[in-house]
Design a protein around this ligand. Structure first.
Ligand code: PHE
Length: 490
């Protein structure tokens, strides 16, 4: 409520629950349910999880707090925020890059979100029933390389996103995330219980939770850092934008902690919903995107009540994706309204149309536009690579540098303590992390992502986020985990 009184003309979240639901909604997405199990699967399962948890605590939360500080202090979109906090300095370029990244992320992320709609439809119409692995692979391939359906689903998903964002913060984003997020938890919990109670599920549980410390190497550490980065929505201003809608009395450190916890729990529960089922039915935990779109439908139909679970799962995936796409679109809309003076309606309409143009081109990069390639990557792959591996790390790097070395301890303390109202005993540790630990760690991820620094050549290609895409294209869904299965499962 304090948020209303100190922001007369600016929309905001109504309180703590809304802040948590919307921001956790942004963080929780395809990255948790589809990417986390896959990357964890390729990096030792439990060993990866162990490192991931340390990184979330030591780096992820401080970086997230930095974005909140910038957003709430400035009350602006990422571009305007840097302009306000550092006038006449080039920091606004970081905000601008965030807005550009938002366009690019939406184009490919919404494409994948569209796939979830196709699979909701296929589950509901019973088309997944009775298909073997090969038939399911063909089905996915035929769908992906078609020109009409993927475009149609993309447009539908983009329209949902636009409609929610058009309604604003309190009447749009807040209203929907308030019930979508709890719904997501319920569906995930049901799936998790179904999965862990299957005969033979213990192998999957063992795989996810048994930390084989001998598997921890620099590659695993860097992969965990990269996954944390993407999963927490850090580095492109989404959290600056959401932070700008936080009430002035919100304890942002505790919000960051809570959101990080939620994001991590969803990833773990998603792993618990997926791995035991995969192991129980003799699938491969390392089959990347096939795990969700090919292997899981195969598993669901072998389960009692599989059609229902299949439907539930893809609804869940779509919901998780939707609460992420609205947060990305909001970055552009906030920029358009605040910097270009558009109304929210016009800004959302314009952004949705612009993203759709890029999105359709992206979707068609699997079919008719497949010949457009650069560095052997199609448009979809280029967008994914340049955002996840280049723009997010650069953005995140400069965000912590900005807080640590420019914005400074005094102003940051004032913001995090709500002008002295909250105790902030963590400040020395926080400042040390944003000045030294986080910049160095992020720089390492960045160099690793670009291939300059490659501690484990053997598996590097597999864990590049674009690999997921490569394997969709090449339909190479072979198991990449035989050794891990052998080692850890005897
Ligand atoms: N964090 C989201 C996910 O895990 C993806 C995302 C990245 C959202 C960057 C916003 C910004 O799916």
């Amino acid at each position: 409520m304090a948020g209303i009184s100190n922001k007369i003309d600016r929309d905001s979240f109504s309180g703590k629950f809304a802040v948590i639901a919307a921001t956790a909604g942004s963080a929780v997405g395809l990255g948790n349910i589809w990417r986390f199990p896959y990357v964890a699967g390729e990096n030792g399962g439990g060993a990866f999880l162990f490192v991931y948890l340390i990184i979330i605590l030591a780096i992820g939360i401080p970086v997230m707090m930095s974005e909140f500080v910038i957003g709430r202090a400035a009350q602006k979109n990422p571009y305007g925020a840097f302009k306000t906090l550092a006038p006449k300095k080039p920091w606004f370029l970081i905000g601008l890059m965030g807005v550009v990244a938002a366009f690019m992320i939406l184009a490919f992320y919404t494409a994948v979100s569209g796939w979830t709609l196709e699979y909701i439809y296929q589950s509901a119409s019973g088309n997944l029933i009775g298909k073997n692995h090969e038939q399911l692979t063909n089905m996915f391939d035929t769908f992906l390389t078609g020109s009409v359906r993927p475009v149609l689903w993309f447009m539908i998903f983009m329209s949902f996103t636009g409609l929610i964002v058009m309604s604003g913060i309190r009447d749009g984003i807040e209203k929907y995330t308030r019930f979508l997020m709890p719904m997501l938890f319920v569906i995930l919990a049901v799936l998790c219980i179904r999965s862990v109670t299957l005969p033979g599920a213990s192998k999957g549980i063992y795989f996810l939770f048994h930390p084989d410390f001998s598997k921890i190497n620099s590659k695993v550490i860097l992969e965990a850092l990269g996954q944390a980065f993407f999963s927490m929505s850090i580095g492109m201003g989404t959290l600056i934008t959401y932070g700008s809608y936080f009430p002035k009395n919100d304890n942002m450190a505790s919000s960051a902690g809570f959101i990080a916890l939620t994001d991590t729990l969803v990833a773990i529960i998603a792993g618990l919903a997926i791995f035991p089922a995969v192991f129980a039915f003799g699938g491969s935990p390392g089959s990347g995107e096939g795990l969700v779109f090919i292997t899981l439908p195969g598993i669901f139909q072998q389960m009692p009540g599989g059609v229902i679970f299949s439907l539930l799962f893809f609804v869940l995936l779509a919901v998780a994706a939707l609460t992420s796409t609205i947060s990305v679109l909001e970055v552009i809309v906030a920029y358009f309204t605040e910097e270009l003076g558009m109304t929210r309606k016009r800004a959302t309409g314009t952004a949705t149309i612009l993203v759709s143009v890029l999105g359709v081109v992206t979707v068609l990069s699997w079919s008719s536009l497949g010949f457009l390639k650069l560095f052997n990557k199609n448009i979809f792959e280029l967008l994914e690579f340049s955002t996840a591996n280049v723009m997010l790390p650069i953005g995140g790097f400069f965000i912590v540098i900005f807080i640590g070395w420019f914005f400074g301890k005094k102003r940051t303390t004032a913001e995090l303590s709500n002008e002295g109202e909250l105790k902030v005993r963590y400040m020395p540790l926080y400042m040390f992390i944003v000045r030294f630990v986080a910049p160095v760690a992020i720089a390492m991820v960045f160099l690793y992502g670009l291939g300059f620094f490659n501690p484990s050549e053997k598996q590097a290609a597999k864990t590049d986020p674009t690999e997921v895409v490569d394997s969709v294209q090449e339909n190479s869904l072979q198991a990449v985990l035989p050794e891990i299965q052998d080692d850890s499962l005897k």
